[in-house]
Design a protein around this ligand. Structure first.
Ligand code: NAG
Ligand code: NAG
Ligand code: NAG
Ligand code: NAG
Ligand code: NAG
Ligand code: NAG
Ligand code: NAG
Ligand code: NAG
Length: 237
């Protein structure tokens, strides 16, 4: 249940990023489900089975093996990004849902994005395996590729590489994300114990990219840790 996303925890290094944001509200509750209906199975039960991932298996391979939805599998295992599961990781297997959900936990690839900046920051995103400028811009942040490719505003790594939109970037390097002038958000920290980052992003009207950048190094294999989120963003004059 989404109630499991109880507010709490400490602010950790998050505060270091909140240069343009306003105070952290402790104790915000999370007991209202998204009303859009795009997330199908919010309270899925576990089966009595667990499974150890073999080399190169994807979330879809494992889901297919047990006849469950990839996103149902992702949610009960609190996978941040369902594209990343690891060999030898033990996954909990959910009970079969009436309507298996294979889609709603993945970020949309909005190639028609029109926004050219994000609200409040952070200004820097750390590159994950397989990331391209197109993926970071259109899928993780829902902003235009052109805004990210702006050379004069980029990191040394990107400026020197001068990548095309589909060139795979070096994991661990950084890329700058344009931040809208005078934008602010409210920041809060939650304990993330059910669902995926996309569920969180949908609920808070934010993006997976922003949540990833705020929680640098977050890895679902490390278990429940506090997760920072920006929401209620606006431009102030
Ligand atoms: C798991 O549940 C199934 C049916 O619900 C049962 O047949 C099986 O024995 C159970 N396995 C274990 C290890 O408890
Ligand atoms: C995973 O895939 C890579 C590249 O296709 C291959 O070299 C490697 O042997 C595979 N590993 C396993 C455990 O299947
Ligand atoms: C997974 O476990 C097997 C057996 O213990 C081991 O040989 C293999 O190196 C492990 N793979 C990874 C990626 O840790
Ligand atoms: C996103 O869309 C672009 C353009 O259609 C395509 O090249 C790319 O492969 C898509 N990415 C994913 C992850 O589907
Ligand atoms: C992307 O941004 C546009 C414009 O702000 C918005 O209408 C759309 O819902 C967003 N899409 C996603 C998947 O966040
Ligand atoms: C590129 O970045 C520079 C420096 O931040 C900025 O002044 C300029 O307006 C940007 N250009 C575009 C097209 O976004
Ligand atoms: C979602 O957030 C954006 C800014 O990040 C804001 O412009 C938009 O009005 C918000 N939409 C909703 C439905 O709250
Ligand atoms: C997450 O942790 C796993 C297991 O410790 C590791 O294999 C993997 O590389 C980590 N992923 C990232 C993106 O750091």
């Amino acid at each position: 249940m989404f109630q499991k996303l109880a507010a709490g925890g400490r602010c950790l290094a998050l505060l270091a990023f909140i240069s343009q944001a306003i105070p952290v509200t402790a104790g915000a509750s999370y007991d209202v489900l998204p009303s859009t209906g795009t997330v199908l199975n919010l309270d899925i039960a576990l089966s009595n089975v667990t499974y150890t991932v073999k080399g190169n298996e994807t979330i879809f391979d494992v889901a297919k093996k047990f006849g469950v939805g990839a996103c149902d599998l992702a949610r009960v295992n609190v996978l941040a990004d369902p594209n990343f599961i690891y060999a030898n990781e033990t996954l909990l297997i959910p009970a079969r849902a009436l309507f298996p959900d294979d889609y709603s936990c993945f970020s949309q690839n909005n190639t028609q994005a029109t926004n050219d900046c994000i609200f409040a920051g952070p200004h820097v995103y750390t590159i994950m395996p397989g990331d391209t400028v197109q993926k970071i811009a259109n899928e993780r942040y829902n902003i235009t590729v052109e805004s990210v490719l702006n050379q004069s505003a980029q990191t040394g790594y990107i400026a020197a590489l001068d990548p095309g939109p589909y060139d795979v970037l070096q994991t661990g390097e950084t890329i700058k994300i344009p931040v809208c002038d005078n934008s602010i958000c409210t920041a809060s920290v939650f304990t993330f114990s059910y669902g995926t980052l996309q569920d969180f992003a949908t609920f808070y009207n934010t993006t997976v990219g922003q949540i990833m950048a705020l929680n640098l190094g977050y890895n679902h294999t490390t278990g429940d840790v506090p997760l920072g989120v920006f929401y209620d963003c606006e431009i102030i004059s």
